[in-house]
Design a protein around this ligand. Structure first.
Ligand SMILES: NC(=O)c1ccc[n+]([C@@H]2O[C@H](COP(=O)([O-])OP(=O)(O)OC[C@H]3O[C@@H](n4cnc5c(N)ncnc54)[C@H](OP(=O)(O)O)[C@@H]3O)[C@@H](O)[C@H]2O)c1
Length: 261
């Protein structure tokens, strides 16, 4: 049974970056349930293959393409393959993201804060900002040609509040929010809506270093009384990917209300 019927995903072509795990995986599977043709992009082929198998339960039109979103050549090659295979791109979910891995005893806001070398620092901007830029430029000609596009950028509440993360992560996520607005202004006349979602803490592989105590702290300060799942965030992403949408250039916080505390 096709789900999300009112969102108009059926027969549309969607690209999800960072589709091999977490929020990207959940989003890709939900788009497949909605009848979309889905292209899964990420660096690790084995992860993408697992998600491709999950999507195949709902649609036989799924591509898994090993891609580094921070590389112009890699993006050009993969988007070219999507266009050759499906003919167009109508939905882009810029979800790929990275976080520093902590060594025992390290904390983001403590010991790691002032220890980022140049390459590490810039890697956050290459994935979270330049990656969105490259992906957008690669798909927008097709969206303009068909006068329809939905781009959803996965940012973070740290890009709004600047808290509890490394400076490069939080600054790059803030940049992604402003870049969302720039693309929304430029391409609105082409019926391309560009929005962002800003999750709080989400239970995904990215949070592998978080302790049970840290999960408990977040749960306790969250009015909805739990930490988000990947599916919680995927559902908000899908809202912004829907056909009938008169919203662009916005960033929606999805943190169960924890920023109210
Ligand atoms: N989990 C949270 O608490 C949280 C909170 C706020 C925002 N977010 C954001 O949500 C998004 C999804 O993260 P997640 O929580 O689902 O974590 P995740 O499971 O680690 O997913 C991130 C995905 O991005 C892919 N990726 C990383 N660098 C890439 C690159 N250069 N090119 C292509 N793909 C790349 C990774 O796969 P490969 O390594 O195979 O490429 C991975 O599948 C990220 O943008 C993250 O910053 C997460």
């Amino acid at each position: 049974m096709v789900q999300y019927k009112e969102y108009g995903f059926e027969g549309r072509t969607a690209i999800v970056t960072g589709a091999g795990s977490g929020i990207g995986e959940a989003t890709a599977i939900e788009l497949a349930k909605g009848g979309a043709r889905v292209a899964l992009l990420g660096r690790r082929a084995e992860k993408l293959e697992g998600v491709r198998q999950a999507c195949l339960k709902y649609t036989d039109q799924v591509l898994a393409l090993s891609t580094d979103v921070s590389s112009p050549e890699s993006v050009k090659k993969s988007v070219g393959t999507v266009l050759d295979t499906f003919g167009k791109v109508e939905i882009l979910i810029n979800n790929a993201g990275i976080e520093s891995r902590l060594k025992p005893g390290e904390t983001f806001f403590g010991t790691l804060f002032d220890k980022l070398d140049e390459e590490t620092y810039l890697s956050f901007f290459k994935v979270h900002d330049y990656g969105h830029y490259l992906m957008n430029l690669a798909v927008i000609p097709s969206m303009r040609e068909h006068h329809f596009g939905r781009i959803v950028n996965v940012t973070s509440v740290t890009g709004i509040h600047g808290n509890y993360s490394t400076p490069a992560y939080t600054a790059s996520k803030a940049g992604a929010i402003c870049q969302t607005k720039a693309f929304a202004m430029k391409y609105g006349k082409d019926n391309i809506a560009v929005n962002a979602v800003a999750p709080g803490m989400v239970d995904t592989p990215m949070k592998i270093d978080a302790t049970p105590r840290e999960y408990e702290i977040v749960k306790n300060k969250t009015p909805l009384d739990r930490v988000a799942s990947a599916l919680d965030i995927a559902r908000v992403i899908l809202f912004f990917a829907q056909e009938n949408l008169f919203v662009t250039g916005q960033c929606l916080t999805c943190d169960g209300g924890s920023d109210l505390a």
